[in-house]
Every structure is written in structure tokens, then in C-alpha cells.
Design a protein around this ligand. Sequence first.
Ligand code: SF4
Length: 340
Amino acid sequence: MIPVFTRLIIDRRALDDPLTGRIRSSLSGAEEIVTGDVSSHPGPATLVLKFHEGRFVKDFPVTPGAPPCGEKYIAALQGCIYNCSYCYLRSYLSHSTITLLVNSGKMESDIREALDAGTVRLTTGELSDSLALDHITGLTSSILPLLEGTSAVIEARTKSASVDHLPGVNGSDAELAGKHLLVTWTLSPPKTIASEEPIAASLDERLGAISKVRSAGIAFALRLDPIIPHYWDAGSYRDLLQRVKDEAGDAPRRIELGVLRFPPGLIESVRQDSPYSPILQGEYVRDREGKMRLYRPMRVKIYREAADMIREIFPQTGIELSQEDRTVWEDAGLEPPVVC
Ligand code: SF4
């Protein structure tokens, strides 16, 4: 079940920000604590609004040898309500509290600066799910107008079905959303979702949301990432892609593939909490960055099989690999682009 926030911890310096105002009216029943030190109020069901003076637009970490990613991420929300079993945030964030970084003026000027410098891909989905709380934060609606007149796209990455509030879907700003919004769903076969992402939307719900977004003229993309080796079975992924084709009535703009990997510290944390977890099954070896990755020939085999079925079902859709070096792209029969 999706957790409900019953407590708002508000940084005193963020009190007058319009984003804080939106959250307070969305969560009007929550207890509010206004403080000079948000870190001293941890607790469950708590959303922290923290004033942020640092950069909001950041570069993705680069995997050695991988095609450079021209995308940048907007670091607004940190932490996620879905708590997927394999979530990389466990190794990135030292706490489980969900924190929204607040400073609307700075966020806007950082985004404008990135757009002026030629950035054409931005996402809000690096340190959280882009849409899980977007109906509360309104971030997508507030960022989208900044892209008007540019060739840039804001990508919402999600495992949710919460799209009714989005520009375009809600009847407002349809042209803007059609030009500048891309919603990317992470999909897995139903068995994987039930076991490893039980709080996130079901496959049926995600497919229903894809249909809504498409009907509103908004582009969508897919991430089959992570593919968890224990659950890999070409037949169930073929069924998944066929259902997308039948129910969305259109092809995704691109499909990104990634076999499960564990950033430093994550596999140890999973072993400690769930020593018999299916996500630990498989032959993992540590790479140059310290990540645990599935034995390379097994990864390449999965990528080849997945790419073959994508070419068959969505022949026009581009295929990308997530965080893999060029030699893995080539061995998987994919041409690495100059820039993803
Ligand atoms: S949806 Fe993404 S960010 Fe949220 S818990 Fe799952 S893996 Fe982590």
C-alpha cells in the first residue's frame, strides 16, 4: 500500500517558497513542524522540505567506456515511497526519509542555465520516481513551461500510474506537453513486479497509464531495467512487449535495457536484509567501478535476446543499454551512439 504522509518537516527558510505552499495545501491534514534543522526530526510517514542552495541540475555519473549520456537530472526529490527490493538509493542515501529540496527560484535559474548551454534531455527520475509524488509536488507542471521555445524534453521516469494530473492529460498545456514531455515506464513481467516492486503500480495499471498518456498526445518510452536474472524468461518479456503494442496502440520512442547491477554496498545490504532474495541469484563479479555485475557473457546473452524481440515487435524503436561500455553494446549486436 502507498504510504501516506502524516508529518511535514519544513525548513524555516523554505516556508515562503511557492513549492512549499503547494505541498502544504496538498497535505493539509499533515502535522507541520517548522524548524531550523530538518535533520533532527526523522520518522516514518514524513516528508521533509529542505531549503537548498546548491545545484539543482546535475550530470549523471559516467560508466567508463559507455557512450556519453547527454542527459542531466534535476535533483529535487530524494528518496522514494516504492521501496523496490533492488533500489540503488539504499546505497546512495544514508536515510530512508523522503526529502524535497526547495528553492524554486534557484531551481528555475539552474534549469534555464542548462537549457541555454544546449541540454536537450532532462529528467527528474534519478533520485526518486518522477511521478509517485508528482500529484503532490506539481514539479512536472512547474518545470515544463521552462522548456518552451527550446528543443529540450523533460523525461518523467516512473513505475506509477499517476498521470491524471499531468499537463496534456488534464486538458491543460496539451501542445507544450506533446512537444516537451516524455514519460518513461519501467516495466517487468507481473511476477517480478509482485515480488520485487509490490508497492509500485501493477503492470495492468502501468499499461493503462501508458494508454492515457498516448491518448493525450504525449510520447512514452520504456525501460526494461533492471532485468533481474532470476526472472529472465524471453517468453514473459515477449508477452510484455506485445501487451504494450496492443494496449498503447503506438511504439515507444526508445527502449532502454539494463541487467541488474549493484552499486557498492547494495548487495551487502540486500544479503543482510534478505539473504534468500531471488535478486541475489546469479554469478556476479565486481567491475572497475566497484559495482557487482552479472557475468558478462550472461548479460550479453540477455541483451541479444531482448534486442531481437524488440526489433521484431517494435522495428522502428531505438534500443539503448544502460550503464554498459561500448564493447558490450557491440557484443549484443547494438551500435553504440556517439551520444545517447
Ligand atoms: S521506483 Fe525507482 S527510486 Fe523508487 S524505490 Fe523503486 S527503484 Fe528506487
